[in-house]
Ligand binder design. Sequence first.
Ligand SMILES: *[C@@H]1O[C@H](CO)[C@@H](O)[C@H](O)[C@H]1NC(C)=O
Ligand SMILES: *[C@@H]1O[C@H](CO)[C@@H](O)[C@H](O)[C@H]1NC(C)=O
Length: 419
Amino acid sequence: MARAALLHLLRYRTASAAAAAEPLSAFRCLMTRSNSKTPAAGIKWAGFCRPFSSKAALNDVIGNDTDSSVAVMEPQEQVDPFSLVANELSLIATRLRSMVAAEVPNLASAAEYFFKIGAEGKRFRPTVLLLMATALDVHIPELSPPGFGDTLTIDLRTRQQRIAEITEMIHVASLLHDDVLDDADTRRGVGSLNAVMGNKLAVLAGDFLLSRACLTLASLKNTEVVTLIATVVENLVTGETMQLTTASNKRFSMEYYMQKTYNKTASLMSNSCKSVALLAGHTAEIAMLAFEYGKNLGLAFQLIDDVLDFTGTSASLGKGSLSDIRHGIITAPILFAMEEYPQLRAVVDKGFDNPANVDIALEYLGKSRGIERTKELAMKHANLAAAAIDSLRQSDDEDVIKSRQALIDLTQRVITRNK
Ligand SMILES: *[C@@H]1O[C@H](CO)[C@@H](O)[C@H](O)[C@H]1NC(C)=O
Ligand SMILES: *[C@@H]1O[C@H](CO)[C@@H](O)[C@H](O)[C@H]1NC(C)=O
């Protein structure tokens, strides 16, 4: 683990050994050389924030930097994770749109709602899954020489794409249902489906997407994968129900919160990553590493989401949508703040129907290390995800290396994002 962590830090050319223990606020933006082959991606990358510490600390770990630029190791090809799989992503988007077609016009337009061009979201999950497929050494088939392509490989890659499609359908179904439960008005910058077409149709559209996901899953004819994905759906319902609990011994327990977060968010990533590995016939050990990556990435993602609900795009408290606390949902920042200020418990117990109570809670949160500790926990999980990728057997294949790098880069993007 220590070695993997060090390798990880070195890979980022970052690193004092203390970096992992530093609060996220100590992170700065590292300007990297732009990639001459793909200047656009390079420019995008240049503004990307990564953890790094003073040059002196850097020298301590990897020896003196003779070059005046920040890069001390062989500059690696900078790749944008999303552009690496852009072609396949649009293929998947097209397929998703045709998969959710329904005979009943109302159902069709409801189901299509978030698959329409422009409303597809970041496609974070399909991106991860496609990168994982390559990272585990399955190539994107060359389309050019017809008849020469390895049909088995093409078939496998297509099956792995199905996992990405199933995952996206389950994800969107859960968003539709979430929005009904939360009475949300907007989603992805447009009116939420429940707001536009009503709760009934939103629930049915979610169910419809789940049923289409089941059909696609069945077509893969792999019972182990069916079990994993069925577990995801069960976990989603479990997590959502756990979030409704009012029993204070559970609501105020960090352990319960992490279990809920796994069920509600991380299970989909972990089990779909594992499915991609199993379809390729990888060993249980490799499947477990894929699972660990997805689980820890999912946990880090949700922890940062919970921070952003308080801070929004700015770094200051109270600038987020505050939707969790207003719905009485107690997340990690408040749980950590409560450890420091037990008085906060009485405030939370009163509920947040009264906005003044929200302000009091925010005041406690502001004095506490709640936000900081949540970010540290997110970083811990992001590093565990990266360590899972580092534990894969070394490969000389350029595509495999690039995809692994992109997966590791995603772990950093997840914790440094501000939206
Ligand atoms: C290496 O770095 C240290 C501290 O940053 C400095 O004191 C020392 O002179 C450097 N050595 C060389 C050989 O550059
Ligand atoms: C998912 O939720 C169940 C029910 O509370 C819990 O027992 C389980 O530990 C959770 N899973 C994880 C991995 O936390």
